[in-house]
Design a protein around this ligand. Structure first.
Ligand SMILES: *Cc1c(COP(=O)(O)O)cnc(C)c1O
Length: 362
C-alpha cells in the first residue's frame, strides 16, 4: 500500500538526530518551557522572516490565543471559509464571536475576495484566510480590504509552512498561525503549533495567555490558560526545521512529476503570486468516489480534504446555513481527491499512481 503520508520514512532518515534531541530533554528533565522552546521560537521566526514566534500546544490553540489576545468576543463577527478544517472556525465560536462563511475560488480553493467585500458589516472584526493545501491566498487584495474596513487579518498557515506570496514567506499580514500536527509540512511527534507576528505587544499578550497569565512562576498578571508548546516537541521541531526547505523542494518536485504525468483530471494550479509548498496534491474528477475505490483496490491510499463543508456540519446547524449557500465549496467537496504526497515519495510510486489514475480516467 502506498500511504497518503509516510512519517516513518522521514523519521528513519534523521533518526540519530531526533533520538539524540529527545534523549537530551529526558536527561535534563526540562519538560516544560525548556530551552528548546525558546530556541525553536527564534529559529522559526527567522525562518518566516518575522520578529516573533510564540510556541503553542497546537495550531488550534494558536488561532484561539490570537483571537483572545485581539479581544474578539461576543457580538463580534469573524469571516472565514467553509472548506477548511473545523479548527479555523471553532476558535471563533470559542471566544464567543459569530462565524461568517464566504465561498472560495474554484481555481485556488482559497477565499473568494470578491465575496469578502459584500460580507463585511459593522460587526465584522477580523478575517481568517486559509492558505489551503499550501497555496497562498491573494494577500494584497485581502490586506487592502482589511485596511479599508479596519479589520484584523489572521492567516491560517497550518498547511502552508514555507509557502511564499510574491517572494515573501507567509504570513504576509501581521499575524499567522501554524500547526505542527505530525502530518503537516513541518510536523512534531505529537501536537504543537505557534503564532508568528511582527507585533510585539500581541506576542507578549499571547505569551501571557498561553501560560496562566504569568511572567514569573507564581505571579499572574492576568488569567490565562495552559496552551504551552511542549519541550520535547520543540526539540524535535528544531531538528526538523533544518530540513524544511529541502523537504518542500521535494514536495514541489513530486507535484511537478504528478502534473506532468496525469491526464484528464483537474490538477492543482500555482498562481504567479504563489510558491506552493504542496501540503497535499489534490486533483478533481467527476466520479471521485469510484476513483478512490479503484485506487484503494490497487494499493494506493487517498484522502478527501474535506468531504463535508463546514456550513453543512451538524456542529453548525445553529448558524442556519443550507445546501446551496456556497456552491463552489459544495461542488469541489464532491470532486476533490488528494493523492499520496510527502517528500520521501519515490518517482516509481508517483509513476505507478499516475498510471492507475490515467487508466481509470481515460
Ligand atoms: C491542521 C489544521 C489546523 C489545526 O491545527 P492543530 O495543530 O491540529 O490544532 C487548523 N487549520 C487548518 C487549515 C489545519 O489544516
Amino acid at each position: 500500500m502506498i500511504p497518503i503520508v509516510d512519517l516513518k520514512r522521514q523519521y528513519l532518515s534523521i533518526k540519530d538526530e531526533i533520538d539524540g534531541a529527545i534523549r537530551n530533554i529526558i536527561d535534563n528533565t526540562s519538560f516544560i518551557m525548556g530551552k528548546p522552546v525558546e530556541e525553536f521560537e527564534n529559529n522559526f521566526a527567522n525562518y518566516c522572516n518575522a520578529e516573533y514566534c510564540v510556541g503553542t500546544s497546537s495550531g488550534t490553540s494558536a488561532l484561539y490565543l490570537v483571537l483572545k489576545a485581539l479581544g474578539i468576543k461576543e457580538g463580534d463577527e469573524v469571516i472565514t471559509v467553509p472548506n477548511t478544517f473545523i479548527a479555523t472556525s471553532e476558535v471563533i465560536s470559542q471566544v464567543g464571536a459569530k462565524i461568517k462563511f464566504i465561498d472560495v475560488d474554484e481555481e485556488t480553493y482559497n477565499m473568494d475576495v470578491e465575496k469578502l467585500k459584500n460580507t463585511i458589516d459593522e460587526n465584522t472584526k477580523a478575517i481568517i484566510p486559509v492558505h489551503l493545501y499550501g497555496h497562498s491566498c491573494d494577500m494584497d487584495q485581502i490586506l487592502e480590504i482589511a485596511k479599508e474596513h479596519n479589520l484584523k487579518i489572521i492567516e491560517d498557515c497550518a498547511q502552508a509552512h514555507g509557502t511564499k506570496y510574491k517572494d515573501k514567506k507567509i504570513p504576509i499580514g501581521e499575524i499567522g498561525c501554524f500547526s505542527f500536527f505530525p502530518a503537516k509540512i513541518l510536523g512534531a511527534y505529537g501536537d504543537a503549533g505557534c503564532v508568528v507576528t511582527n507585533n510585539e505587544e500581541l506576542a507578549n499578550k499571547i505569551k501571557l495567555l498561553r501560560n496562566h497569565g504569568r511572567e514569573k512562576k507564581y505571579e499572574h498578571l492576568i488569567e490565562g490558560f495552559n496552551h504551552r508548546l511542549d519541550s520535547l516537541q520543540a526539540a524535535i521541531l528544531n531538528v526538523k526545521l533544518k530540513y524544511l526547505n529541502e523537504w518542500i523542494e521535494r514536495r514541489r518536485n513530486n507535484a511537478k512529476l504528478y502534473s506532468g504525468l496525469l491526464k484528464n483530471v483537474i490538477m492543482p494550479i500555482e498562481k504567479d503570486y504563489s510558491k506552493h509548498s504542496y501540503y497535499v496534491y489534490t486533483i478533481r474528477v467527476k466520479n471521485r468516489d469510484k476513483l478512490q475505490e479503484f485506487l484503494k483496490e490497487n494499493g494506493i491510499a487517498t484522502q478527501i480534504y474535506y468531504p463535508i463543508p463546514l456550513h453543512l456540519q451538524s456542529a453548525y446547524k445553529n448558524l442556519d446555513y443550507k445546501e446551496g449557500d456556497f456552491p463552489v465549496t459544495e461542488k469541489i467537496a464532491k470532486e476533490i481527491l488528494s493523492l499520496p504526497m510527502f517528500p520521501e515519495l519515490t518517482e516509481e510510486e508517483i509513476k505507478y499512481i499516475c498510471e492507475k489514475v490515467n487508466y481509470f480516467c481515460k
